[in-house]
Design a protein around this ligand. Structure first.
Ligand code: COA
Length: 545
């Protein structure tokens, strides 16, 4: 009898795991479909148009720019979908490719306007993407290469892209400041760079222009004619020859894209090699197959998880050295803390476990661990799958607000590189304590299981329904059961839609939606890049404990 029951239970677990795998693989196929739209805006027709202009799709150029046979780690590929801008719903990939690749073995941030998307013009999301990549570059100390081919501001939205901080002007402010810090800013102009956009050529430490293809001027020929009556071609006004031979605003004249890419590589070939500022150990593969994560993570988002199993798939040798493993079972272990190595790099871990609700004990443990890792100058990985801190009188009286805010303070002030990976619910203040966007993680990755919103759809529907019911009652018209159900369903659909990784990725609330099979490689690269700068000394301010 016992044997039969055990066998039945084991087979139910095996079936559930197989179901999880199928579910997540299908979800990731949906991601692939969206990414295809981002990679090929306008389809073959747009590629043919580029070819007629003597241009290649930007990712081909990037492939030639980085070291042969090395990967390009592209960021935020699903940015810009479903934005609902006036007359333009989708801006595939935000109209701008950004990512990290190696040039002469140095990690470099690469930006490339995709002229297939509305002539590479800057929408609000394009700017947000540009700023984010510059912020990563500055934070991590990376040289930048800008492959510039843009119609400048998307003019129908000038008020949303031109005048403010983090708008158009900030691109050049960032270039100037990074250059002052010794981070090379190299521009390769492959097309038009008009008005404000011209500064991307002139602000560069060195800029390369292509004959008959690249133009840079403060006002294009139509504007010049209007303003001064002068009639002049784009080439004679601000082509490659003008700027490399007459104005001196650009530095290198090239005949075509191939030569220009080679010139950018040459400019960067004598850069000082940058190394990680931490002891790197020998890399070892995990003993558990990395793709087992597909089976471990339940399809139901709010179902509890075994994060130790996930860590075994990520860590070198599947070895996780856990801190306070036995502390307050059922409450303290809703966060698991410890250390592991990722491709030889030591990493401190704070990871949601089980249903992920953060109790006082878990918050205290996490805070202690953040402080310890900061003292040891070990970077931190936050694996987020938490619907929030524990509510209720017991928790409040035990000081959940106080200990939660200590955790938030520790996360805010930790000077070590921090990366957030979301593999489940990401709600409420748990988003803060687990190093959400506002806490400026060096990188923030979602998976298809991530759900980021102030609360879950079900909770939000409950709260909003009680408010709605009060309004109806005040008017003397109680809500019918049908009205209530319709209201609930509407709110759940809205919240669940807005929490989805596609919605968040479109708005750059993540730096990339990763497949489970990509996690180990991407996290290791993100830590490597984040560790190129010296780690400062810890300073945390006023804790309450
Ligand atoms: N704002 C809004 N839309 C713009 C735009 C801008 N600054 N520049 C180009 N577009 C749109 C075009 O209307 C066109 O839209 P459509 O596909 O819906 O017809 C699309 O982008 C492609 O432009 P197109 O002119 O066909 O591409 P091109 O490769 O022949 O020329 C430019 C590219 C950049 C040289 C040319 O579009 C241009 O000169 N744009 C104006 C640049 C300017 O003065 N900017 C000032 C910004 S501060």
């Amino acid at each position: 009898m016992t044997v039969t029951t055990t066998t039945a239970a084991a087979s139910a677990v095996t079936n559930a795991m197989a179901d999880n795998r199928i579910f997540w693989q299908e979800e990731e196929q949906r991601l692939d479909q969206l990414v295809q739209l981002a990679l090929w805006p306008g389809g073959q027709k747009a590629v043919d148009r580029l070819a007629k202009q003597g241009k290649r799709p930007v990712r081909e150029l990037i492939g030639k720019l980085i070291d042969p046979d090395t990967p390009f780690y592209e960021l935020s590929r699903i940015a810009g979908f479903g934005m609902g801008y006036p007359g333009v719903d989708d801006v595939p990939c935000g109209g701008l490719v950004t990512g990290i690749g190696k040039i002469y073995n140095n990690w470099t941030m690469i930006f490339a306007n995709d002229s297939r998307v509305k002539a590479g013009t800057y929408f609000p999301i394009t700017l947000k993407k540009h700023m984010r990549a510059q912020a990563i570059a500055e934070r991590c100390g990376l040289n930048c290469v800008y492959i510039a081919d843009s119609g400048g501001a998307f003019l129908p939205m000038q008020a949303e892209v031109f005048p403010d901080d983090q708008h158009f002007g900030s691109m050049f402010y960032n270039m100037a400041r990074m250059s002052a810090q010794g981070l090379k800013q190299i521009t390769l102009s492959t097309g038009g760079n008009t008005a404000g956009g011209a500064y991307i050529v002139f602000m560069a430490c060195q800029s390369v222009m292509i004959d008959q293809k690249a133009y840079s001027f403060l006002g294009g020929p139509p504007l010049v004619k209007m303003a001064t009556g002068e009639e002049i071609s784009a080439e004679d006004l601000g082509g490659a020859r003008v700027h490399t031979q007459v104005s001196g605003g650009a530095d290198h004249f090239c005949g075509d894209q191939e030569e220009a890419i080679a010139r950018v590589r040459e400019i960067l070939c004598l850069e000082k090699p940058r190394e990680v500022r931490i002891q790197r150990f020998e890399e070892r593969p995990p003993r558990v197959a990395a793709d087992r994560i597909y089976e471990l993570l339940p399809a139901a988002i709010h179902q509890g998880i075994d994060v130790r199993g996930v860590l075994e798939c990520l860590a070198d040798d599947s070895m996780f050295s856990e801190y306070k493993r036995d502390y307050a079972p059922g409450r303290g272990d809703n966060i698991v803390a410890g250390k592991m190595r990722l491709k030889g790099l030591p990493v401190g871990v704070i990871a949601s476990n089980a249903v992920g609700i953060i109790f006082v004990e878990a918050a205290r443990k996490a805070t202690e661990w953040i402080v310890r890792c900061s003292q040891e100058k070990i970077p931190l990985l936050f694996i987020q799958s938490s619907p929030g801190y524990m509510v209720g009188s017991e928790s409040e009286h035990m000081g959940i607000g106080k200990y939660g805010s200590d955790m938030v303070r520790a996360v805010s002030c930790a000077q070590v590189p921090r990366i957030q990976l979301v593999i489940g619910p990401d709600n409420g203040a748990a988003n803060y304590g687990m190093c959400g966007r506002a806490y400026r993680p060096h990188f923030l990755f979602h998976t298809m299981r991530a759900r980021t919103s102030v609360m879950s759809g079900r909770s939000a529907a409950g709260v909003l329904l009680s408010i709605e019911e009060r309004k109806y009652q005040a008017k003397g018209q109680p809500m019918s059961e049908e009205d209530k159900q319709a209201f609930r369903e509407k709110m759940i659909a809205k919240y669940d839609g807005e929490a989805h990784p596609f919605y968040c990725g479109a708005r750059l609330l993540s730096d990339r939606v990763l497949k489970f099979e990509e996690l180990r490689d991407w996290l290791a690269v993100a830590f490597e890049v984040s560790l190129l700068k010296e780690i400062g000394d810890p300073s945390f301010g006023n804790f309450r404990f």
